[in-house]
Unconditional design. Structure first.
Length: 381
């Protein structure tokens, strides 16, 4: 892995010189500072670039390393008579959702306590900030080659466990015909969805589904196709659940019966401007059998994907996979409150996406809202 690590550290040193012309090197790989790359003198104060070769993602296990290295920097700077003006953590990977939330809180605390600025550089965000400079990058291929070489042609077991899904193979797609059935009438099959929803150029088209837990618990997930912005719908169990045996053909008390589902979805969707809630694509689940009433109350037309065809809601399926990091299978999802769901949605929406040019869903969604406001057409209700 030394080759990829060396390339990464060389890139950081070059990037430091490119972003702050005139910087004078006072230490490179100084060891006892806990600094892996570079410290520069900028006239009485110093900026520290600290490179950590975390891969494939910076997660909870790396928090202790970040904290200890930072404390080492502050201590050694004081002993050498320097004042740290800025510390920049440089990593060739992204942070997962929980670590991003931790980082933001930790960063603010250290900036306040030590009167300095802390910044974060990672590969794909640098490509956004410095799009013209090809030398300021290390390719994912170089990292992959280093990993495979170290593992003698295959990934080591501990690396495989870092795969988010834990699956090594993809499931083949089994296609089926989209026929009206039950609550899915001919006018709401996927082929009837407006063409503008397909190419994602126009915002306001959503995909939705449920994440199912034990004990008839569930969380509703909504993802906007253009911005990839996520809304999580709280579905608490209805009073009386678990107290008496279920009644055949009686109301569902599990939290995602048709009536409860409509109420929860309506509450979530009506918080959005009308122009950003045009359509919703769902699977064939009966929880949305009251879609006609939902459409009347929200102005959002519902369309249903083909049976057993999750790839027709690709954005939602991908997001549900990310969400399983927070809500593991086999757990009671009712343990998470609406406030908890808002925190998870915030983390997911602030995760840079390759498909968005390494911007975040929150940034893109904010642009959509500003565009509506500038044209004076943003309305809710």
């Amino acid at each position: 892995m030394g080759g990829a690590r060396d390339d990464f550290e060389k890139m950081i040193i070059e990037l430091a010189n490119a972003t702050m012309p005139g910087v004078r090197t006072i230490a490179a790989n100084p060891g006892d500072w806990g600094i892996d790359a570079f410290a520069g003198d900028l006239g009485g104060s110093i900026t520290v670039w600290q490179s950590k070769y975390f891969h494939p993602v910076t997660a909870a296990t790396h928090r202790r390393t970040i904290r200890e290295s930072f404390q080492s920097v502050i201590k050694q700077a004081a002993e050498h008579g320097h004042t740290v003006r800025m510390l920049i953590l440089c990593i060739p990977s992204s942070m997962d959702g929980p670590t991003t939330k931790w980082w933001d809180k930790w960063k603010k605390t250290q900036e306040r306590d030590h009167n300095l600025v802390i910044d974060l550089w990672f590969l794909h965000r640098l490509m956004v900030d410095f799009p013209e400079d090809e030398s300021m990058r290390i390719s994912h291929e170089a990292i992959y080659q280093a990993l495979f070489i170290e593992g003698r042609g295959a990934l080591k077991r501990e690396v495989v466990t870092c795969l988010r899904t834990g699956r090594a193979l993809r499931v083949p797609r089994a296609r089926s015909q989209n026929k009206p059935q039950g609550h899915v009438t001919a006018d709401v099959v996927l082929s009837e969805r407006p063409a503008e929803a397909e190419d994602r150029a126009v915002p306001g088209h959503w995909e939705g589904d449920l994440i199912i837990g034990t004990g008839r618990s569930a969380i509703g997930t909504l993802v906007e196709r253009s911005s990839r912005s996520t809304l999580l719908v709280h579905l608490p169990r209805i009073e009386g659940w678990g107290e008496n045996p279920p009644v055949k053909n009686g109301p569902s008390l599990g939290g995602y019966g048709a009536t409860a589902m409509n109420a929860a979805l309506t509450e979530s969707m009506t918080q959005l401007p009308e122009q950003l809630r045009k359509t919703l694509t769902w699977d064939r689940g009966k929880e949305l059998s009251g879609h006609v009433q939902f459409a009347l109350e929200t102005g959002t037309k519902v369309f249903f994907a083909d049976p057993h065809s999750p790839w027709q809601r690709p954005t939602n399926e991908n997001t549900n996979g990310l969400l399983r990091q927070y809500f593991p299978k086999g757990t009671d999802l009712s343990r998470w409150s609406s406030t908890d769901l808002e925190a998870v949605a915030l983390a997911i929406n602030n995760r840079p996406r390759k498909v968005l040019g390494w911007r975040t869903p929150a940034e893109v969604f904010e642009e959509q809202l500003r565009s509506l406001q500038q044209h004076g057409v943003a309305t809710t209700g």
